[in-house]
Design a protein around this ligand. Structure first.
Ligand code: XMP
Length: 333
């Protein structure tokens, strides 16, 4: 539509004016905000933008490849993919406390990003060295970090926060989404040609599967969880609720699978199994401060459970989480 096209033209002009012929780095996570910021900045300055995508090995099934396919493949943006999964899994070995896991993941993430950014900021034969760090900060983030809200809130879970990074890297800050609400960011993303499914995704925590594997994180657990979760999400997307005509994915605010590192007995064919358990979690909420567990149809739950147990060898039991927030939180850690 015309309004959105004017909006894009204006935003593009502003970015060009700000940046001139200098180079920009952006941390791409695969989430909505950084994706839209990347697409917008790329529209404005093309190859003056380099995206850095840190893969911590705790992403969902094929997520890393999908991010690369979209940004490097379709948009032809410069993207550096850093596969740091061994580093992350190594540092997480033996650690089971949720807050400690968050701190380790957050710290490593910043370290890896900084090391990569340092390469891009030093001038060399092929580059002048980046002068800007772009972030997908949106208006609600601005309010939250400067407002009274953060003072009274008790820290129940330390959220991934990359404050102070531009100063540490000696870079100027570029935040083209600063004035926009989430809905506007999504509309902008669609207008820039990002796929609907990417732009209307459920939120995904920075520590990723690291807080969806209870206790110690192991690669085998992550692999099982990824496959189970992909089945759950696929069925949510393909099951349409007839009255609204919407998918159960769109009717829920957040849905995911949690890996429980306990074994239970099952029976398959003539044999006994002794395998892991997963929990399905789906919630409806407007602000993520309180949330109701979603009343998914039994037929959907049945299909998901049947598929996970049949298709993911190593999991023989599926449960559904019927806890609302409060007192439970949305994530299990
Ligand atoms: P809880 O579990 O606190 O989650 O009810 C509320 C929302 O916050 C997300 N969440 C996180 N996001 N880093 C993030 O970026 C984190 O450490 C983190 N912990 C929870 C959660 O997915 C939900 O949307």
């Amino acid at each position: 539509d015309w309004v959105m096209r004017d909006h894009i033209a204006e935003a593009v002009e502003k970015i060009r004016e700000q940046v001139g012929d200098e180079e920009v780095i952006l941390g791409l996570s695969g989430g909505v905000d950084s994706s839209v910021a990347a697409a917008l900045i790329h529209r404005a300055i093309g190859d003056q933008l380099t995206c850095v995508f840190v893969d911590h090995g705790l992403l969902r099934l094929n997520e890393g490849d999908m991010v690369m396919e979209m940004f490097a493949g379709k948009l032809h943006a410069k993207v550096v993919r850093v596969d740091a999964s061994e580093l992350f899994l190594g540092e997480l070995a033996g650690v089971s406390d949720p807050e400690q896991k968050r701190k380790i993941i957050g710290r490593l993430f910043v370290d890896v990003f900084k090391a990569e950014a340092a390469k891009l900021t030093s001038s060399g034969a092929s580059t002048k060295g980046a002068k800007w760090l772009a972030q997908g900060t949106i208006y609600p983030d601005v309010i939250e970090s400067g407002g009274a809200k953060s003072k009274k809130a008790v820290t129940i879970k330390s959220h991934h926060n990359v404050g102070g990074l531009p100063e540490q890297l000696g870079l100027k800050l570029l935040e083209p989404l600063r004035d926009l609400f989430k809905d506007e960011v999504r509309e902008l993303g669609v207008a820039l040609g990002l796929p609907h499914d990417m732009v209307y995704r459920h939120p995904f925590p920075g520590p990723g599967l690291g807080v969806r594997i209870l206790g110690e994180v192991k690669k085998d657990y992550a692999d099982l969880l990824r496959r189970a979760d992909a089945i759950f999400i696929e069925e949510l997307r393909s099951t349409i609720e007839p009255h609204s005509g919407k998918s159960w994915y769109d009717l829920t605010s957040q849905a995911f699978t949690v890996f429980l590192p306990v074994k239970s007995v099952g029976v398959m064919g003539d044999g006994r199994t002794y395998d892991y358990v997963v929990a399905l979690r789906a919630v409806q909420t407007s602000d993520f401060m309180t949330a109701d567990w979603a009343e998914l149809p039994y037929s959907l739950l049945k299909r998901v459970s049947g598929r996970i147990i049949n298709e993911v060898r190593g999991i023989n039991r599926v449960t559904y989480d019927v806890s609302s927030k409060p007192p439970a939180t949305i994530e299990w850690e």
